[in-house]
Design a protein around this ligand. Structure first.
Ligand code: ASP
Length: 425
């Protein structure tokens, strides 16, 4: 397989994984997929996650200390956060336009609604419970959570990525303000460490065809279970909803990001997609922006020669707070559930959804299924019954793959905009 480019290898193994997953499910061998294939995928995701903290730490320190000017960094920071907010609001608005135009909620029969509610009642309870803990916090809790009290603790869990970012930024600022001779040994140390971690990422990426195959085969087998026809039945009932989310996500990928890139950079879209494709495939197969982070950083550095100071800040921050796909899906899901319950939402209600979905997507962890938990908060704010979560559970794992792909595409588009890489390749 040596001469085949990596993204083709990944695509081929993805296809083989899907076929094997369908085959195992049809033969009622789901437990084989779960016990013997899934662990390989889990090992691959763990290896990717293992890279995240050291990569973010070393590349941020290398990037910022390379700037030689604190003001330059502040301007990158403000610009990045504003563009992230902008793309998130655009994404939710597109989601709302799509769901109001297609109205999938009104196409769901009362009988299917009751069936789904009974089937997924327990799951709804669990998600509401998870959201309950988040809801009881102060609105400023995300800010409090971003500041670590102990750096070693912050590096023990990928969910504390923002804390690692805050530490690395402070550390680099302190280095910038000290004489070069004092900090040189530390700078050399982090530069070398960064090279080593980058090399480790490349090594892990060689395993990606195998990892992606295992993830897809296990996922398909799990979704389909030993009764694939039953799964197909449920998914067909929710076809309009699923399609609405996918249409919205496609508008982001094929209209909004190309427009932004044309207006703010001179990057050709075909070249953009070519450069980010490995990261998109990885996001699709892992459903985790955090696990994909080493690959997004690699793509931006290798294919687009983005300045280390930009990519090392913009991408980790984006993986944590910028989730265009997730916020779009939350907008669609909220209106879908409301319509399914016969609730018509006013413009003011929908503006409220834009606000809470923006906050919810910022607060959502970059891991599979996080968007679903945060959706509870969006539903409650809009006075939509939380029991409606049961209606959208079945296709959620599938939609997670698509929305995570959009999440990382958005991060990479913004990274290029902030970097103002004006070269046409
Ligand atoms: N899985 C998504 C991500 O990691 C978050 C979500 O929407 O559940 O970006």
């Amino acid at each position: 397989m040596k001469s085949i480019p990596l993204h083709w290898q990944i695509l081929i193994s993805m296809a083989i994984g899907i076929l094997i997953g369908i085959g195992l499910s049809a033969l009622q061998f789901t437990s084989f997929a779960v016990q013997w294939i899934k662990p390989l995928g889990t090992i691959f995701i763990n290896l990717l996650k293992l890279m995240a903290v050291p990569l973010v730490l070393t590349s941020l320190i290398k990037g910022i200390t390379g700037l030689k000017d604190v003001r330059q960094f502040s301007s990158i920071g403000i610009k990045t956060i504003l563009i992230y907010l902008f793309t998130t609001v655009v994404a939710i608005s597109i989601g709302l336009v799509c769901v109001n135009a297609i109205q999938p909620g009104k196409k769901l029969s009362a009988q299917v609604r009751t069936e789904l509610q009974t089937k997924f009642a327990e799951f709804t309870l669990q998600k509401s419970h998870d959201a309950q803990q988040i809801r009881q916090q102060s609105p400023l809790q995300p800010l409090v959570d971003a500041v670590p009290e102990n750096i070693f603790k912050a590096t023990t869990d990928n969910r504390y990525m923002l804390q690692v970012i805050v530490f690395a930024v402070l550390f680099s600022f302190a280095m910038l303000s000290l004489p070069e001779t004092t900090v040189l040994p530390i700078q050399n140390f982090f530069d070398a460490l960064h090279e080593i971690i980058t090399k480790m990422v490349m090594l892990v990426m060689r395993l990606s065809p195998l990892g992606v195959f295992a993830l897809m085969a296990a996922l398909i087998a799990e979704i389909a279970g030993n009764q694939p026809q039953k799964a197909v039945e449920i998914l067909t009932a929710l076809l309009y909803y699923t399609l609405t989310v996918i249409v919205g996500l496609s508008i982001m990928i094929f209209v909004i990001y190309p427009l932004l890139l044309i207006v703010f950079t001179k990057q050709r879209y075909s070249n953009f997609i070519k450069g980010i494709f490995p990261a998109q495939l990885m996001a699709f197969s892992t459903s985790s922006s955090a696990a994909t982070l080493p690959v997004t950083m690699n793509c931006m550095e290798k294919h687009f020669s983005v300045k280390p100071s930009t990519l090392s800040f913009v991408l980790p921050l984006g993986a944590t707070i910028n989730m265009d796909g997730t916020s779009l899906y939350q907008g669609v899901a909220a209106v879908f559930i409301a319509h399914a319950y016969g609730i018509d939402l006013s413009i003011a209600d929908q503006l409220g959804i834009i606000l809470t979905a923006t906050l919810a997507s910022i607060g959502a962890a970059a891991v599979p299924g996080a968007g679903l938990v945060m959706l509870v908060i969006v539903l409650e704010q809009a006075h939509i019954p939380v029991s409606g979560l049961a209606l959208i559970f079945a296709p959620d794992r599938l939609l997670d793959m698509f929305r995570t792909t959009v999440n990382v595409t958005g991060d990479m588009a913004v990274c290029l905009i902030v970097d103002k890489n004006k070269t046409i390749k």
